[in-house]
Design a protein around this ligand. Structure first.
Ligand code: FES
Ligand SMILES: [Fe+2]
Length: 454
């Protein structure tokens, strides 16, 4: 057996085997691989920063992560938006310690250098006495992100001046992912972002957004209290008690009509189709998904896009839920991920509807979320078991429906229609490999353009 040197293309290629549906567990715990991710993925991709309604007034700011960089998204006096690195150009201290707020200037707490909302250096204590007026203030503004853009109020940035434009990066699948939130009404971010930390690798959180195989077991208590629906079918795949009695676990009613979209650069949507979602949701909750068939949303989403009711995920780390939330999975190290929850409301809904939605948002996901606490436990355990000297040699499996994902190209979307499957997860890792190798944008795009099968 040849062991390739870590970091080389051959080594990275050996970690993801799309043909067999097997991954090397090292990708979840190796800090060298994490550094490559920081450089080649988070240093280049367009990353979601915040929604424009989070910074409505002049001087409003929101601090967002871009890999290990912290960026201040700031509403300017002319109402435009800039994104500045939160690091003083004198000796590096953060110029802002708050996560969000409103300011007239950013004054550094170390020596008092002061920067305008646009990042210009406007004040240097001791300029004449200590610096003898020899410092050129114009040469030391706060650094800006390389590119900043906005899709329907969702603000994104990239640190790579060579990155393709945001619209091209998102592609049709990425735009549908955002439209499934943006087109639901006159949306506004609710105040505050819920944040908490999990001891897990960020890729488990990304992969899980597409995993409709786990809820019947992981979320069995949520089924028991009626929070998520279950079918009258017991299925443990043949496991029996000593007396020959079937061990029953109620299956989720999501075994048919899964709809998967695979997008360039790694974006994907996976989960139930609109029709199968309507069959499982109680009638009083149908409005959660039927709004997309109104004329405005339908025009934006198109005939294919409007049929998706599963989970959209923008590569690398933004998950858009069905109930107007975005979860940003912020990698802090190979084994630590911060999970951020942005929640939205429709300004035109009644106060009662808004309140009911807030209840669902808080109690499903986030630090008080029933579903996510159950998921988080699994992700932490899965991460921990990738570190064992013997355990890490066991491959991670993504074999469900392997080779059976026939890709249909229609209305600019590459989709698969099949029972519950792992095609979107496989797509995520296939794309991850192309990114982490640091290939050029052209190579990256062609490596992540869906073909005819997966
Ligand atoms: S580090 Fe900011 S003023 Fe010195
Ligand atoms: Fe889950």
């Amino acid at each position: 057996m040849t062991i390739e040197a870590p970091g080389t293309t051959a080594y990275l290629d050996s970690l993801v085997n799309v043909a067999t549906g097997e991954l090397d567990r090292r990708i979840f715990s190796d800090e060298e691989i994490f550094e490559l991710e920081m450089q080649h993925i988070f240093g280049r991709a367009w990353l979601f920063l915040c929604h424009e309604t989070q910074i409505p007034k002049k001087g409003d700011f929101f601090e967002a992560p871009m890999g290990k960089d912290n960026v201040l998204v700031v509403r300017q006096r002319d109402r435009s938006i800039k994104a500045l690195l939160n690091t003083c150009t004198h000796r590096g201290n953060a110029v802002c310690r708050a996560e969000e707020g409103n300011v007239r200037n950013f004054m550094c707490t170390y020596h008092g250098w002061t920067f305008g909302l646009d990042g210009e250096l406007v004040g240097v204590p001791g300029m004449s006495d200590f610096y003898r007026d020899e410092l050129d203030r114009t040469k030391h503004p706060l650094r800006k992100v390389a590119q900043l853009d906005n899709y329907k109020g969702f603000i994104f940035a990239t640190m790579d001046p060579q990155a393709p434009p945001l619209l091209e990066f998102l592609g049709r699948t990425g735009r549908i992912a955002i439209d499934l939130l943006a087109e639901r009404g006159d949306i506004e971010a609710r105040p505050g972002v819920q944040k908490f930390t999990l001891n897990c690798n960020w890729k488990f959180t990304a992969d899980n957004a597409f995993d409709y195989y786990h809820p019947q077991i992981t979320h069995i208590s949520a089924q028991a209290v009626g929070m998520i629906p279950s079918a009258d079918v017991n299925d443990t795949g043949g496991a029996k008690t000593d007396e020959g009695k079937a061990l029953g676990v109620q299956r989720l009613p999501t075994d048919l009509d899964t709809l998967v979209a695979l997008g360039e650069y790694g974006h994907a949507i996976s989960g139930p189709s609109l029709d199968s979602m309507l069959r499982t949701l109680p009638p009083e909750m149908h409005e959660l998904v039927t709004w997309r068939q109104n004329p405005g949303p339908l025009a934006a989403l198109g005939p294919v896009g409007s049929r998706f009711a599963g989970h959209p995920h923008l590569f690398p780390t933004a998950w858009f839920t069905m109930d107007a939330q975005i979860s940003l999975r912020v990698p802090r190290s190979a084994g630590v991920t911060e999970v951020w929850w942005f929640s939205f409301k429709d300004r035109n809904e009644s106060p009662e509807e808004q309140k009911a939605q807030l209840g669902r948002q808080i109690h499903s996901f986030g630090p008080a979320g029933f579903l996510e606490q159950e998921d988080g436990e699994n992700w932490s355990q899965s991460t921990a078991q990738t570190r064992g000297g013997a355990s890490r040699d066991i491959p991670q499996l993504l074999k469900m429906g392997l080779g059976r994902g026939k890709i249909i190209h229609e209305d600019g979307v590459a989709r698969i229609e099949a029972p519950v499957n792992e095609h979107a997860q496989l797509w995520t890792y296939l794309s991850w490999l192309a990114w982490v190798k640091g290939t050029s944008w052209d190579e990256l795009r062609s490596a992540t353009t869906p073909g005819d099968y997966i």
